[in-house]
Design a protein around this ligand. Structure first.
Ligand code: ASP
Length: 317
């Protein structure tokens, strides 16, 4: 049995590993690990305490996939529910759908008996306020939104605040004792994003993909890139076509070089094959340098450096 994840997932590994050791499923382990990240107020990229969109509202995306059945569930642009990963799992297991958005996802969460919570922590609000009052260029929030939408060259705005925009996500992949794989992704997306913007995390094939026969992959980073390149599915597909895990992940990262993008790009992934080999890749050298893993024989998780595959910067000007 094995758990891997982005560095911020470590807070939930103890419980995830306990579930696997008890004979629990990969799906249960993934959901439990992600719960910890979603409730961690110090993590400003996932769940409660996540940084808000440009209007100051926390909007969450998440997805979960079962490698045994290829069943998947996802939610996007969810407000006021702390555990989008569990809403996503509910979608997968109880509805004949894969994804619910916004109000529909919130309604479904209510039907599942989940409690509402204001997700904007004091700290996240303070970071947001500081950022907004920092933006001397803009008189009002409205002006900022107008510029982001009306300017046909969104890149201009992107240059002003996109470069340093804090972002993050949590990725978790589990292999259980029965040989089943599951993968989960949860995020508050890019801070100060346009309201309703959905990233790669809830898009099956972009930020998350899992298939017992080959392996699984989950992404963090500039989600629009993974959406345009189907990064998570590419890794699994390359394995299906005969590549080893490392080669498959490297090829999916290299594929991103074809994309012209308005932001300075960045992409990261963790991936596992069906035998429990694992890798982490990044286009960057600092922020996302480590991923975390733990086998059933290890007392505690360990961190491992990601392999760097730099991008050529094809930034739209
Ligand atoms: N991939 C996430 C998104 O685009 C953000 C991140 O991982 O940094 O919403």
């Amino acid at each position: 049995m094995l758990l891997i994840g982005s560095g911020n997932a470590e807070v939930g590994f103890a419980e995830g590993m306990e579930i696997l050791r008890r004979g629990g499923s990969a799906l249960d382990a993934v959901e439990a690990v992600i719960h910890h990240v979603e409730s961690n107020p110090e993590d400003h990229s996932v769940g409660y305490g996540g940084l808000p969109n440009i209007l100051g509202e926390v909007e969450l995306d998440a997805s979960i996939m079962d490698g045994k059945t290829l069943a998947a569930g996802a939610v996007c642009a969810v407000h006021n529910y702390e555990h989008p990963i569990s809403i996503a799992r509910g979608v997968m297991e109880r509805l004949p759908h894969v994804m619910l958005a916004g109000r529909g996802a919130e309604r479904f969460a209510r039907e599942l008996g989940m409690k509402k919570r204001n997700l904007l922590s004091d700290e996240a609000r303070a970071i947001y306020k500081a950022k907004i009052s920092d933006s001397q260029r803009y008189d009002t929030m409205r002006e900022l939104v107008m510029r982001a939408t009306n300017d046909p060259e969104i890149a201009a705005t992107a240059e002003e605040y996109g470069d340093e925009t804090p972002h993050g996500t949590t990725n978790v992949i589990a292999l259980d004792g029965a040989g089943n794989l599951a993968s989960g992704v949860s995020t508050s997306g890019w801070a100060w994003k346009y309201p309703g913007r959905v990233g790669d995390s809830p898009i099956i094939g972009a930020g998350n993909y899992c298939d017992n026969r080959y392996g699984a992959c989950a992404c963090t980073g500039y989600g629009e890139m993974a959406m345009r390149s189907s990064t998570a599915h590419s890794v699994v597909l390359y394995m299906k076509m005969g590549m080893g895990l490392r080669q498959a992940a490297r090829q999916a990262m290299k594929d991103l070089r074809a994309l012209a993008v308005p932001f300075p790009p960045g992409m990261n992934l963790v991936a596992m094959d069906r035998l429990g080999h694992h890798v982490g890749f990044t286009t960057e050298t600092d922020r996302w340098a480590d991923y975390v893993y733990q086998t059933g024989n290890m007392q505690a998780p360990k961190r491992k450096k990601r392999t760097v595959v730099p991008l050529e910067r094809r930034i739209i000007t």
